[in-house]
Design a protein. Structure first.
Ligand SMILES: *Cc1c(COP(=O)(O)O)cnc(C)c1O
Length: 400
């Protein structure tokens, strides 16, 4: 079948909740993907940072195949011999005492919100059902009813109310706004250390440290959504570590299973996650042995291949080189590690057409928030590949 036939089928039979580039990918290897016509592309999206380890990493593939031949799903009604090892290795890697595994990122966010509310009632003694959670404008925390309830993007929410109460939104990057929004009923502050979907928005330096301090002083939980920024993407294991901050709760997903499987988790300590009792929360697939085995292998790749350091080095080089590209369209190049945004001028006519031109030249990137092109290749990228891409990007940033 040809590209156009696949696209026609998809458009006819599938809901149109995405506007993908018209490239039909059939396989991938490391930083490269191949379409059904055999054309090769550098993947600069990494499935929204889910494939930090590179496409079809052989070690993660081997773990998947091995585990799939043994047992894939037990449900949590019984124990399995992968989940305990996953818990232990995740704790060793992240420094958190405990974790709770889910599947999608949005589910893990919901899980963190539930435990924050329970903590507020049980520990902080907030009157039942009055807990408030502070969130930030421009956030992205998923697509469930609750996570869109505190979205500020009209497209994400306009037709989907009524919304979940209990959330307060303040401007992103302004610690004093959080201070002012705190009441005796505040359970938690939830934010992304860098807003990925919001357009690679990096808050002012010191922000995360101030927020952590405000939370500590006011007996409020600090929840960091590191689903996109975590696991090496920004050149630290967690983006909050750029400011030496260790939030009370960190949410991860995406790269936790290297793109092979949806695995997410809420990380925290006994004091918070220990509050869940049997029956209060769960997931049929959460913590299944296949997910646990894959995630164990995916975490091991991050460590063994030193991907955090690699993201720091390659990211610094990529950002520096992108910043030096002369272009009438570019307003700003910003990023941390390999989470990079190129913001275009208002007159550039939107980022989409630039992504289409990049596609023609063999680079897959996706616009975010109309005017930002995100460059977030797998962390296994090397300097030669960046050097290959730069002249092509320069060409595209200089089209009419
Ligand atoms: C992708 C993402 C989510 C949602 O994850 P899903 O797996 O798509 O549900 C939540 N928060 C952030 C910061 C994300 O980037």
């Amino acid at each position: 079948m040809k590209t156009q036939e696949f696209i026609a089928l998809e458009e006819h039979f599938g809901a149109h909740n995405y506007h993908p580039l018209d490239v039909v990918i059939t396989r991938g290897d490391g930083v490269w993907v191949y379409d059904v016509d055999g054309k090769k592309y550098l993947d600069c999206l990494s499935a929204y940072s889910a494939v930090n380890q590179g496409h079809v990493h052989p070690k993660i593939l081997a773990a998947l195949v091995e585990q799939a031949g043994k047992i894939t799903l037990t449900s949590r009604a019984f124990r399995n011999d992968q989940l305990p090892l996953f818990y232990k290795e995740l704790s060793d890697l992240t420094g958190y005492e405990m974790s709770l595994p889910m599947n999608s990122g949005a589910e893990a966010v919901e899980t963190a919100l539930k435990i924050a509310r329970k903590w507020a009632y049980q520990v902080k003694k907030v009157p039942r059902h009055l807990a408030e959670i502070i969130t930030c404008a421009g956030n992205f925390h998923g697509r469930t009813i609750t996570t869109i309830s505190f979205s500020t993007e009209p497209l994400y929410r306009d037709d989907f109310g009524p919304f979940t109460p209990g959330f307060i939104t303040v401007p992103y990057g302004d610690a004093s706004a959080i201070s002012k929004a705190i009441t005796p009923n505040t359970a938690a502050v939830l934010l992304e250390p860098i807003q990925g979907e919001g357009g690679v928005i990096i808050p002012p330096e010191g922000y995360l440290k101030q927020v952590a301090e405000i939370c500590r002083k006011n007996n409020v939980l600090f929840i960091a959504d590191e689903i996109q920024t975590g696991l090496g993407r920004t050149g630290k294991l967690f983006a909050a570590q750029h400011e030496n901050v260790h939030p009370d709760v960190t949410i991860i997903g995406k790269a936790l299973a290297g793109g092979f499987y949806p695995v997410s988790a809420v990380l925290s300590d006994q004091e918070v996650l220990g509050l869940f009792t049997p029956g209060e929360h769960g997931s049929t697939f959460g913590g299944n042995p296949l997910a646990a085995a894959i995630a164990r292998a995916a975490m091991k790749v991050i460590v063994d291949e030193d991907l955090v350091q690699r993201a720091a080095e390659m990211g610094e080089y990529f950002i520096e080189q992108l910043s030096e590209i002369p272009s009438p369209h570019v307003k700003e190049v910003r990023g941390k590690g390999l989470l990079i945004g190129v913001e275009l001028n208002e007159k550039a006519g939107g980022a989409r057409r630039f992504c289409e031109y990049l596609q023609e030249r063999g680079i897959l990137a996706k616009e975010t928030h109309e005017r930002v092109i995100r460059f977030a290749p797998p962390l296994v990228i090397d300097k030669e590949t960046i050097d290959w891409a730069l002249p092509l990007i320069r060409d595209v940033l200089n089209i009419e």
